[in-house]
Design a protein around this ligand. Structure first.
Ligand SMILES: Nc1ncnc2c1ncn2[C@@H]1O[C@H](COP(=O)(O)OP(=O)(O)O)[C@@H](O)[C@H]1O
Ligand SMILES: [Mg+2]
Length: 259
């Protein structure tokens, strides 16, 4: 997908609220994603980052507030309808069918994205456009060719993560929501995924929740800081690094120096 107006707001939430009993987990969150940007979402454990991502993706219903994708309100759309509208959420292990091979998983995703999701896959489709697309995604996401015929359940953790990323790309999303994609990865794997995310800059907007501050500050075009369910600052990595409220509430002087 080519995005021509980089400053365009592609996705936004307005005044989202979510309570869990007495806990105000999302407290008036308005966040804007610009076309093609990598937008970091950081904040302490329990700040409400995952809760927010769930509401953006449609897997959790906000108590109040609105969501807009390319100016169209999508608040009432269900998760799969949001995917069809161009909003992808990655790194849900449940996206992978463990008993199928890497290529079969990708074929299913490509097929779903082209709208023929209920068609049964047949051997004579093997050289079809779908397969070409599936292989292209596997290549783009640097999934080792020797693993393309391996059962997805047997992949090393890092390769599964890349497969999940590739699956979410099958629908050619405008917006990708990534909740701690590097979690549980070793340094090499996490570097490769960082490069993959980097390679998507400009092609899709990404909201990236990540606790590795060095990775976020290196990758993000802009960063929003969530503390106790509220966005306390949004800005460029430099602005966030030097923001006194952010330093007080979350990043100590030490971690800002390190970042
Ligand atoms: N389904 C739920 N029911 C009750 N409380 C929840 C639920 N999901 C999250 N919480 C609480 O909401 C707060 C925010 O959690 P979460 O969004 O997971 O934070 P983060 O991802 O920033 O670490 C936490 O206090 C957490 O315990
Ligand atoms: Mg979380």
């Amino acid at each position: 997908m080519t995005i021509t107006k980089p400053s365009e707001i592609i996705f936004k939430s307005e005044n989202l609220h979510k309570h869990f009993g007495a806990l105000h987990a999302t407290n008036g969150v308005s966040i804007e994603l610009r076309a093609g940007e990598i937008h970091g979402l950081i904040g302490p454990n329990g700040a409400g980052k995952s809760t927010l991502i769930h509401q953006l993706a449609g897997t959790l219903k906000p108590d109040s507030g609105q969501l807009f994708l390319q100016g169209k309100e999508i608040t009432s759309l269900r998760a799969h309808e949001r995917v069809a509208a161009g909003l992808a959420r990655s790194f849900q292990v449940t996206n992978i069918f463990g008993q199928y091979t890497v290529l079969e998983n990708l074929l299913l995703a490509v097929q779903a994205a082209t709208g023929s999701s209920f068609k049964i896959w047949r051997a004579r489709d093997s050289e079809s456009d779908l397969l070409v697309k599936a292989k292209a995604l596997a290549g783009e996401c640097a999934i080792d060719r020797s693993l393309w015929s391996a059962q997805a359940a047997n992949l090393p953790h890092g390769e599964q993560r890349k497969l999940e990323f590739a699956l979410s790309l099958a629908a050619d999303p405008m917006v990708m929501l990534l909740d701690e994609p590097m979690a549980g990865m070793g340094p090499d794997e996490s570097l490769r995924l960082t490069e993959l995310i980097e390679s998507m800059r400009g092609k899709a907007s990404m909201l990236l929740v990540e606790h590795d501050m060095q990775a976020v500050f290196r990758l993000a075009d802009r960063i929003s800081v969530l503390v106790s369910g509220q966005i306390i600052a949004s800005g460029t990595p430099d602005e966030i690094r030097h923001n006194q409220d952010v330093k007080n509430a979350y990043l100590g002087d030490e971690s800002t120096e390190a970042a």
